[in-house]
Write a protein that binds this ligand. Structure first.
Ligand SMILES: [Zn+2]
Length: 644
């Protein structure tokens, strides 16, 4: 995550909302904040009673800077920097560490080669690959290249990761960008003209530096490659929010124009894979627009750009374009870093603390369900059954790729070592594919600043990346932790029963459990919140996309309501601390352009509304801050909304 963040300067602001389900995702409107503040006396700040979010974050919003090449500033930045700092220290510390594990010593070799700038030594291999790619005339020639164990390393279009489903591990088709960032996680901001231009220029520079192409041709390859990536990104963003991914068995030919299974054979995958998962939008795109005879030239350009870009191993040059070793390590040997992070940063105490917090949240959630009058007893009992079987996984991945046997040494060139990492990764995938999968062994990218609900396994996953001081700390009070990470966990619990969650049963099987009338009644409630949200936006002159955000808005509301119930069970709970912390973790400052794009694409509401709207529905908020009729935050009791 941090790694990707570093890459922001040249490529894009990565993975803000495709992945972040729970927190730190939305954006406050800086201009609004300022104009409100200015309308008051200079010495006066916005009142908590009128605009809670802005008042709590007033000083920060006033002083926070949006980085020159960035688009926003938020808690996410701080957390990302922490992880980034850890990775940097960890890798640099390896050279002075007394005893290195096998995989750590391999990581160190790669690091040293990268830092020394071993680009020249790899150039011969790059030229050979490029020559071979240049010869391709048809899609079937491309298929042969994609089936080459080594060249396929650079084919970001067909990159596979390991994942799990029901009782088996599966391969998941995850397209990656030229530098190895998961393409589906790159956010809308890759459409930001300025940032895209920087990316394009850096790519042109790298291609030119290889000495293989003249300026004009280098430009053409770079432009073509970026446009291929953009096509995929746009496809991802415009996909139907409800469409997901499909599982294809090892016999189905789901790529019509190329033979995926023979490509997989060539890449080194054994035929033990039961299923391959692929996003539906991506499958359509591959079949209809990407793997076509007319597109062969673009496919060649994309592969050539991938080879040259990835092979770039000069630290001096990388620095200029913002490629750090973390980006490299993220793609080639990430799990070594992840293991280091988990060993050093996550204690059993942390895991227990959050597991217990989740347990408390789930328990009050069930009590809330009992009190609901608009649902039938049978739906309520099924909802509770689902919560009973909800699996909460905190920060501990059970599936880490082991690079101990990767053929990585200083006898190889940098590029050979990079390729060997990927080959080792595929071997590890083969090993996993032969073993049984259970939801306790869930596979996840644990360094995400994220928590999410895995519907297919009825699990909630709290990533290690999010378990840091800014969101969770053993130094903080229970109220503060509950206001931050607690509300994130509760938000995810809420997804278990939301519009999507209600079509997966307690075992994660795709099977609705809510009867038609209850579902109707539930959606009516949901729409109440949608209308309320839209009205709050109107008051500020902002047209929110409340239909698109309603699922997340409910999760926010229910999440915070559950946490308040948990607090009620504590002795002398400090509600002020709790609500304040909630407002703090959501603070964010962004440009108007970013806000506009957020509203268009993000399924979460802008920060200000994610904070103010839920708290407005909660009695304890009114008492804690003495909110009265006439205050901006006031909503008459009869108009307050509760969905679950
Ligand atoms: Zn969510």
């Amino acid at each position: 995550m941090n790694i990707r963040r570093n890459f922001l300067k040249i490529v894009s602001l990565v993975m803000i909302f495709a992945v972040l389900q729970g927190v730190l995702t939305s954006c406050g409107t800086s201009d609004k904040t300022e104009s409100k503040a200015e309308s008051k006396n200079d010495t006066e700040t916005v009142s908590l009673k009128d605009d809670f979010y802005t008042a709590v974050n007033y000083d920060w919003l006033e002083s926070a800077d949006i980085p020159e090449n960035g688009l926003n500033s938020d808690y996410y930045d701080i957390c990302s920097k922490n992880i980034s700092e850890f990775y940097k220290n960890y890798v640099e510390g390896l050279s002075s560490k007394k005893e290195l594990s096998k995989q750590e010593s391999r990581l160190l070799v790669l690091y040293e080669q990268f830092m020394e700038g071993q680009y020249e030594q790899s150039l011969e291999t790059v030229k050979k690959y490029v020559q071979e790619i240049e010869k391709a005339k048809s899609l079937s020639d491309m298929e042969k290249l994609y089936s080459d164990k080594r060249i396929s390393v650079y084919n970001g279009l067909l990159n596979f990761e390991i994942s799990g489903s029901k009782s088996s591990y599966i391969l998941r088709l995850n397209a990656v960008t030229l530098n190895g960032t998961d393409i589906t996680k790159v956010s809308t901001y890759s459409f930001d003209e300025k940032i895209r231009e920087q990316y394009l220029n850096s790519l042109k520079g790298v291609i030119l530096k290889s000495g293989i192409y003249s300026g004009e041709k280098a430009d053409a390859i770079a432009e073509s490659a970026v446009s291929t990536e953009t096509k995929i990104l746009q496809g991802k963003l415009s996909e139907n929010k409800d469409s997901g991914f499909s599982l294809y068995d090892s016999k189905s030919d789901f790529l019509f124009n190329v033979d995926l299974h023979s490509i997989l054979d060539g890449m080194g995958y054994e035929r033990d894979y039961q299923n391959i998962a692929c996003d539906d939008f991506y499958m359509d795109l591959l079949n209809n627009e990407i793997f076509t005879e007319e597109n062969v030239e673009a496919l060649k350009n994309y592969l050539i750009a991938g080879v040259i870009y990835r092979a770039l191993g000069s630290s001096e040059y990388n620095e200029k374009i913002g490629v750090t070793f973390e980006i490299i390590a993220d793609f080639y040997m990430k799990d070594v870093l992840v293991k280091g992070y988990l060993d050093e940063n996550i204690t059993d105490e942390d895991v227990d603390y959050l597991s217990q917090m989740a347990e408390k949240i789930i328990s009050v959630y069930k009590k809330r369900i009992d009190k609901i009058s608009y649902l039938s007893d049978s739906t309520k009992s099924k909802a509770k059954k689902k919560l009973d079987n909800l699996n909460v996984i905190v920060a501990r991945p059970q599936t880490l790729i082991d690079y101990s046997e990767a053929d990585v040494s200083d006898k190889n060139t940098y590029i050979q070592n990079c390729e060997n990492c990927i080959i080792a990764k595929r071997n590890e995938h083969n090993r996993f594919l032969k073993t049984e999968f259970s939801r306790d062994k869930i596979v996840f990218d644990t360094m995400e600043l994220n928590a999410y609900n895995s519907f297919g396994s009825n699990s909630i996953i709290i990533d290690a990346g999010i378990m840091q001081d800014c969101v969770y700390s053993t130094e903080k009070s229970f109220e503060e932790n509950l206001g931050s990470i607690g509300t994130v966990i509760a938000h995810e619990v809420s997804h278990t029963l939301d519009i999507t969650g209600s079509v997966y049963d307690e075992n994660g099987v795709y099977k609705g459990w809510c009867n038609v009338n209850d579902r109707k009644a539930y959606i009516e409630k949901v729409n109440q919140l949608k209308d309320f949200m839209a009205k709050q936006g109107e008051k500020d002159g902002i047209e929110l996309n409340a239909t698109a955000t309603r699922g997340e808005d409910i999760a926010d509301l229910t999440g915070i309501q559950c946490c308040v119930e948990v607090l009620k069970e504590q002795k002398n709970p400090d509600y002020k601390k709790f609500f304040t912390e909630y407002a703090v973790i959501h603070r964010e400052k962004c440009t108007d352009e970013v806000l506009e794009k957020r509203i268009e694409y993000d399924t979460h509401s802008p920060s200000k509304y994610r904070v103010n709207v839920p708290v407005q529905q909660i009695a304890e908020f009114y008492t804690a801050f003495d909110i009265k009729e006439g205050d901006g935050m006031y909503v008459p009791e009869s108009e307050r909304i509760s969905v679950w």
